[in-house]
Ligand binder design. Structure first.
Ligand SMILES: [Zn+2]
Length: 189
C-alpha cells in the first residue's frame, strides 16, 4: 500500500474528468471524500431535482449505465427475479464489473445471496441527506441478514474485495450508523 499522500494524486479540479480505471492498481486516485468531491466526480444531482422533490429523467440518462454480472443474484424484493446486471453510475461500471468478477473467481458466489439495489434516488437511512445510492455509487447485498444497526453476516472476503476496489463498507461504521449490507465508492459521507 502506498501512503495516502501518493495515492491521492488528484485535485478537486480534475475530479469531474476522472474515471476509475478498469484494472485495479494501488496508484489509482482515491474515491471522493464528502459531498463536494462526490458531486465533482459523479455529477451535481441538485441541478436535476424538480421543485416537487422528484428527479429529472436527465439525471439517469446522463449518469447511469449497466454493469453486467458474471453470475445472477436473486432480487431481494422479489427473489424469483434473477438480476444479471447492475444499474450504476457510468464511471463505476468497470469497478463493479471487476468486483463481481473477483467474487466469481474466488468462488464466493454462494455468499452473495440477494441484491438489494444500487441506483435509487432517495434519502439516507435515518438521515435527511441524499443517499449515495442517488448517484449509483452504492450497492446493497444480502439485506435480509444485514440490516442497519446489526453486525450482519457479510463474508469477510467479499468485504475485502470491495475494499480493495476503493469501496467503504457500511459494516465498518460506528454502531449507530452501521449498515453491513451497504458498500459505497466514497468516504466521509
Ligand atoms: Zn445501501
Amino acid at each position: 500500500m502506498l501512503p495516502e499522500i501518493i495515492t491521492k494524486v488528484y485535485t478537486m479540479n480534475n475530479l469531474q474528468n476522472y474515471t476509475p480505471s478498469p484494472a485495479h492498481n494501488s496508484g489509482d486516485p482515491a474515491p471522493p471524500y464528502e459531498i463536494d468531491e462526490i458531486m465533482l466526480m459523479f455529477g451535481d444531482i441538485f441541478d436535476c431535482i424538480n421543485n416537487d422533490g422528484t428527479i429529472k429523467p436527465k439525471w439517469e440518462l446522463d449518469q447511469m449505465g449497466l454493469a453486467y454480472l458474471p453470475f445472477t443474484i436473486p432480487l431481494a424484493a422479489c427473489p424469483s427475479i434473477e438480476v444479471d446486471k447492475i444499474y450504476c453510475h457510468k464511471k463505476l461500471i468497470s469497478t463493479f464489473t471487476n468486483v463481481f468478477r473477483i467474487i466469481h473467481e474466488r468462488n464466493l458466489r454462494p455468499y452473495v445471496r440477494s441484491y438489494g439495489g444500487c441506483f435509487n434516488y432517495r434519502s439516507k437511512y435515518n438521515d435527511s441527506r441524499l443517499s449515495t445510492h442517488s448517484w449509483g455509487i452504492a450497492i446493497d447485498l444480502n439485506p435480509e441478514t444485514n440490516l442497519p444497526g446489526t453486525r450482519g453476516d457479510m463474508h469477510p472476503e467479499i468485504v475485502e474485495i470491495f475494499q480493495s476496489y476503493g469501496f467503504e463498507w457500511g459494516g465498518s461504521w460506528k454502531r449507530k450508523e452501521k449498515n453491513p449490507m451497504h458498500f459505497q465508492w466514497c468516504t466521509g459521507y
